[in-house]
Design a binder for this molecule. Sequence first.
Ligand code: HEM
Length: 462
Amino acid sequence: MAVLLLTVCGLVMVLCLCFALLKRNQIRRYLPPGTMGWPFFGETTEFLKHGPNFMKNQRARYGSLFKSHILGCPTVVSMDPEINRYILMNEGKGLVPGYPQSMLEILGKNNIAAVHGATHKYIRGSMLSLIGPASIRLHLLSKIDMLLRSYLDNWDGKTIDIQERTNEMALLISFKLIVEIESSQIYETFKKEFDKLVVGTLSLPINIPGSNYHQGLQGRKRVTKLLRQIMEERRASSVTHNDMLDELLRNEDSNYKLSDVEIIDQVITILYSGYETVSTTTMMAIKYLHDHPRALQELRDEHFAMRQRKKPDEPIDWNDYKSMNFTRAVIYETSRLATIVNGVLRKTTKDIELNGFIIPEGWRIYVYTREINYDPFLYPEPFTFNPWRWLDSKSLESHNYCFIFGGGTRLCPGKELGIVKITMFLHYFVTTYRWEEVGGDKLVQFPRVEAPTGLHIRVSKY
Ligand code: HEM
């Protein structure tokens, strides 16, 4: 009897093992083609070294959906516009944001990219009520006007690093919109810690003293402490403020009541998401305008024509902003040509079928949108800076495959605010100054758009 039992148990175990192996092989068989590179390191080095060319080579070999192992995770890369669109539109089917652990730990557990479903809807609603078009029209636009007018004052006769200045502008303006009064006293300390936080989000999650990740966590701790202090002081005082933090604290008037930790994560997210995106797009717009005098002339004409309708110190209002079609086209064309965002990351919460392949649960999907920006059918002569293309076809912005600001339920909620900041910067810059490049500065396009030693320009009165 015992022998029979043992034999049956053994048979069952063998069958289970066979089934598991079969299942594994099936999944393997149904994964998209591709290579996984070295154990642990995968193909990260090739990806970082050859960037867009690595992606294009893999696509040529394996098609628009291929597997790889990059940045520490088994990953499926999608370069197919239709599949990319499907992924962005179908978060509910188990395709949630898949940003690295280091990023989520540092930006906070209530950070918008870390939450899904109903919580995401709520956090996003709160975010849009703070930075969406209605808020821009009512409060933010006039403040940004004032802040940028003063930021760009006094540049005459100077040689500056425009990368450094646009970087400073992007954080400073957001910070002042969040904490108007306190910003002047604590900005320098805050920026120092915030910059550590930013570097930490893009690091390997190794928490040992001296590592970028450790510094990032320390940065978050100090940023949180500074924000908590301000929140406590404001609660203890009867003075009201006209800024985003006050709006977040005045829970009782709001449709969106957030806890203190949620408020802190929301503030960090706003500062983080609108930092490099806005600063790099502004820097690259200045670069492209410098290299394309006809586009610069048309942009200047638009701004001077608008200025002529106004008194010298009158701020720009929503209607003025909305009338600046060419400026908007310059911003879109800059984002497209420079590709400030290469793509977005998702991860599967269950096995997902994509284009006939099975992507196992827990895999990352790199929705790689960069190449769509250079598709000659969408953008004829794709490597030419041609802002006019956005005027000729009004629908280009809302084209199904225009992913400059993402898409679906995660479409950038700061899109309009970002465009407003860049527009206002350009307004005061091109109507006050002319500029020439000092020359010789190198620009790197991948994995981030940056000028490693700065982008130096000589500025003089226009
Ligand atoms: C030129 C400027 C900008 C570009 C190119 C840009 C691009 C993007 C892209 C591609 C996404 C999609 C991410 C994903 O699907 O995972 C996104 C999301 C997001 N952006 Fe922007 N962005 C810009 C400016 C801003 C600004 C100024 C803010 C805030 C003040 C902001 C806040 C956000 C937030 C909070 C999300 C996450 C939305 C969600 O998960 O629901 N962005 N952005």
